[in-house]
Design a protein around this ligand. Structure first.
Ligand code: MN
Length: 212
């Protein structure tokens, strides 16, 4: 099976007010495509030849793991941005307020974690096994899948995500990236997590996570 680059969910210039078409052209067209190409090359002749990106992440190590993880992370990142205004679902809003106090406190904690991450990496919002929301910074290609966490949202803090537009000013990029979050995607992930991570027999939508 040959992995293919996911379609960009918006036109190259859709985020232009904060992230330029030039950045997207390099980030999606060169970096993301490069990771996809590397996975296809590196998995040849290995037990991972016919495996999904998630299966490779869970089982491989070294360069194959790093490149598969970068494919997964970039899919998540690009799906997680939008040029249109979106809003968190009522459920997501409720969980954020429950675990971080308010949307403003959540934003501050998330952005502080992203600003403080040394070197290259990713900052994730995840659901923990105990069903609370947690902010998890990860270095280089890592993502939280191997830690039993269910990811909802991610910010790419590799310099290639912002250097063309913001040079070394990561904090400025983070403030602008926040305005581009596709809350529909994050809310949808939370909705899916209720069934994928914590199976429930009743698909009527009335199932709740078990009480702590
Ligand atoms: Mn990137």
């Amino acid at each position: 099976m040959t992995h293919t680059l996911m379609p960009l969910p918006f036109p190259e210039d859709a985020l232009e007010s904060y992230i330029s078409a030039e950045t997207i052209r390099y980030h999606y067209g060169k970096h993301h495509q490069g990771y996809v190409n590397n996975v296809n090359r590196l998995k040849e002749g290995t037990p991972f030849e016919d495996k999904s990106i998630e299966e490779i992440i869970m089982g491989a190590d070294g360069a194959l793991y790093n490149n598969a993880s970068q494919v997964y992370n970039h899919d998540f990142y690009f799906k997680g941005m939008s040029g249109s205004e979106t809003e968190p679902s009522a459920l997501l809003q409720e969980w954020i307020e429950r675990d971080f106090g308010s949307m403003e406190d959540f934003k501050k904690t998330f952005i502080d974690a992203a600003a403080a991450l040394f070197g290259s990496g990713w900052v994730w919002l995840c659901i923990e096994a105990n069903e609370s929301l947690t902010i998890t910074p990860r270095s280089n290609a890592d993502n939280p899948l191997n830690d039993g966490l269910y990811p909802l949202m991610v910010c790419d803090v590799w310099e290639h995500a912002y250097y063309i537009d913001y040079r070394n000013a990561r904090a400025d990029y983070l403030e602008k990236w926040w305005k581009l979050i596709n809350w529909d995607f994050v809310s949808e992930n939370l909705g899916n997590a209720r069934y994928i991570e914590f199976p429930c027999d009743d698909r009527s939508g009335e199932c709740e996570f078990k009480e702590q």
